[in-house]
Structure formats: C-alpha cells, structure tokens
Design a binder for this molecule. Sequence first.
Ligand code: GLN
Length: 503
Amino acid sequence: MSELHQLSVAELARRLREKKVSAVETAQHFLGRMAAHQDLAAFVDVNEAATLAQARAADAAIAAGSAGPLAGVPIAHKDIFVTKDFASTAGSKMLAGYRSPFDATVVARLGPGTPGGPAGAGAVTLGKLSCDEFAMGSANESVAVPAVGHSAPTPVRNPWDTGRVAGGSSGGSAAAVAARLAPATSGTDTGGSIRQPASFCGITGIKPTYGRASRYGMIAYASSLDQAGPMARSAEDCALLLSAMCGPDLDRDSTSLDVPVEDFSRTLNDKLDGLRIGIPKEFFGAGLAADVRAAIDGALKDYEKLGAKLVEISLPRTELAIPVYYIIAPAEASSNLSRFDGVKFGHRAKDYSDLLEMYKKSRAEGFGDEVKRRIMVGTYVLSHGYYDAYYLQAQKIRKLIADDFQQAFKQCDVIAGPVAPSVAWSLGDKTDDPVAAYLADIYTLPASLAGLPGMSVPAGFGAGGMPVGLQLIGNYLQEAKLLNMAHRLQQATDFHLRTPEGF
Ligand code: GLN
C-alpha cells in the first residue's frame, strides 16, 4: 500500500484496527521511506528489529481485541526523550550511544505503557529524531551526533527547501512529519521548540500547559519551562496524540499537574461563533516580515468568516521576554547539566591527572559551543553578586509577563499572532550570530514563561514558497479550545494537506 504515508493518524489507526493493514506492513513502509530520505538528516537512531518487534506486539494486541487507541501507528520521538530500545543522546556528544534502562513517561504512554502500570496507546516507535544539543537552539544546526546514514553531525534539512533550516530545537520532529517519514512525532518546547519548527515545516504542533505532560525521562534543559507535545499534520491528529500523552505522573514528576486525562478530540468541531480572538499589537511591529504578516492576516480573516471576533489587546512586556528567558533558561541549564561530569554517565575524557582535570576535560570535550555558552551565562547570572541583579530581576519580570496574559484574557478567549518573525532561513545564516537567533524567539517566549499552552497551525506560504505558522495561545488548560480553533481553520483551508515536492 504505497499511500500509507499520506493517511492521517486517525485514518491509519482505523485501518489498523479493522485489520485492513498490519502494523508490521505499516512499520516497514515508513522504515523504507526513512531510508530513502536520509539526506534530510531527520533521524539520529533507528533500530529496525525493535520497531518490528513492537509492530508484531501491536498486531497481536489488535488480534486479541486488547489494542490501545493508537495501536500499530508508527511515531518517532525527539531524541530528548529517553528510550529503552534506542540510543538517547539529546543531540550531544556527551551522551553519544547512551542507552536508558527505561522509557520516558510520554514514550510509555504513547507506546507500550509503563511496566506494571497503566497500558499505553500502542503506537510503534520508528526511531529517534535529531534536535539541537540539549534542545538549545532554533535551527537544528547545533547538533553533535551524526544522523542515520551520515558519518558526521549535520543539520536537519527543511523538506520544503533543503537549503534552509527546519527550525529548532525539534527540527527532526517537524521535518519527518513534513516529509511523510512518520505520521506524527513528539517534540519538546522550552521557549518555542515545538511551535517554531512546526511553523517552518508547515505542520501542526501544540505545546500544552506546563505540567500537562510528564517530564519524567525528558532530558532536562530548563525544568520550569520544558514541556512535551505532539507534532503532526493536523489538529485532529495532534488531539489524538495529546490525549494519550498527558495526565498526572506525580510519583515521577512532582510538577506534573493533577488534572484528569482529557479527550481532546471531543470538542474539535465546536462552533467558533462569538469567540473573541485577542490580537497583541506587540506581535505585529516592525520586526515582522511582510510575507508572514500577509499569511497571518489571511488566517485571521478566515476566523472572522467562521464567526470569531478580533479584539486588539496588548502584551506590553513582550520585548522583555527575550532577556528574561535568556537569563532563566541558561540558569536552569547550568544547574541541570552539572550532572554530566564524566562520572555517573556520559562522555569521559581519556587522559587526566586528577579528578578535577577529569571533570574539566570531560565537559570541555562533551559539550558543544552553544551549550557551553549557556552554562557560562547561567553560572554567571546565578553567582554571588549578580544573582539579585539578573536572576532575581528576571524572575520578577517573568511574573509580570504572566500577569499581562491574565489581563489580556479578560478581553479575549484566545490570543493569535505569528509564531516567528520570518519563514525558515537559509542554513548557516545565523550560526555566527547567536543573538540574532535568540531575537527570532520573540513571539514564542512569552507563553513559555507564563506556562500557557501554545500552538502552531499552517496558515499559508511566504517568501520562497516557505510555510508560515499561525500561533494560538490559550489560557491555562485550554488546549481543547486551541485544537478546536485549529481544526476549524483546517476544515476551511488546505495548507496542512500540502506536501513539499518530492515527498
Ligand atoms: N530557541 C530557544 C532556545 O534556544 C527555545 C528552545 C526550546 O524551546 N527548546 O532556548
């Protein structure tokens, strides 16, 4: 069945359940596509034997009538989630070849379930997807492990134009869905890493409210911001995955929210009549490229036709989100990454004369430039004498940014704007200028700092025929509303169905 990769997750799950196609056949089809498109450098690990064993288990569960809702649906995971059957590297030389003894909660919930715990949704893992090292980046160019079929580390290519970046840090996750190498993937978003690559690759992605999905087994970058979410072609598919991956996990992640599991598919078709969409004026300033603006304006007009009302709002501290995030995230990273010392796990230098030298050499060799930059910034802002001036100030402003959203939500039900100021840039364009890359995070950082759910929905195409994503931001736990809005737009448009040439 050559068209399997064109099917939605919902349709594929149905055909598998009705035994019109087997999980093994489906897995083989996608493994074949992955092998044929290694040039994209989307995957950093595959394990065909493990994938096929999972597929056989899915077929057995379907035959026995005990299958989960995603039984046999192939998915792939960002290499920031630890997995038993595949290497778990976070894109870093520090963890090259590392094998985890357990699956992250998100992986278990989507797939086989937790041993001795609740059953999983039954999805089959195709492999691990490239990401920026420790999820630090917005272009997936800062990766230190080779992709499958490559002998040296290489950036992920954007399937819409292989001379451009796929976005980051979940660039592999976005490129794989856009190129139909997987029906859906997992990603993580600390400051935009689900939304921005989804926007750059023309797919749909949602970062739920902080705490909705367990962080257990997600290699930590900035713990107060890190959040997992699904990336797929449509909102309908994202709803299926999000319903399976969320839920309390209090024994393993104390910041996981104690709210019941929701079926996010239930309200996809709700009407949007009278819905108030807040348009933050700060998201439409001089920094926004004209082609992106035109696509966003088009989507907002579509929402008016669907019965929604546009309301101008203000998020006055939008610009401050950049300095605040680039203090808090590195501060947390510097602490989280101190565990990589060459002793407990990860890379260890070969020659050293004493313990201190072993630490120094192992870390100098194991971490890439961007990671080192952030560890240094983070250590500095937390150090005695600078803590009050930087870290404490940033925490205070973070609270004000969250308050601004609550003010805005008095006037509107959801917020809409661009995901990124431009379409995907050319490979290498911002590699020598990290600050230019940081500035491009301006529209995604505020929701991350506030812990709010955010989504990217394909809204058209801009310069060079590159995709543009519309960002939707909801109040806490309003994921269902965002998915409903996205689904409604996707019923009225076909941007999410278009495929890059050659895929
Ligand atoms: N670009 C941002 C950063 O480099 C966000 C990354 C992310 O969300 N993981 O920190």
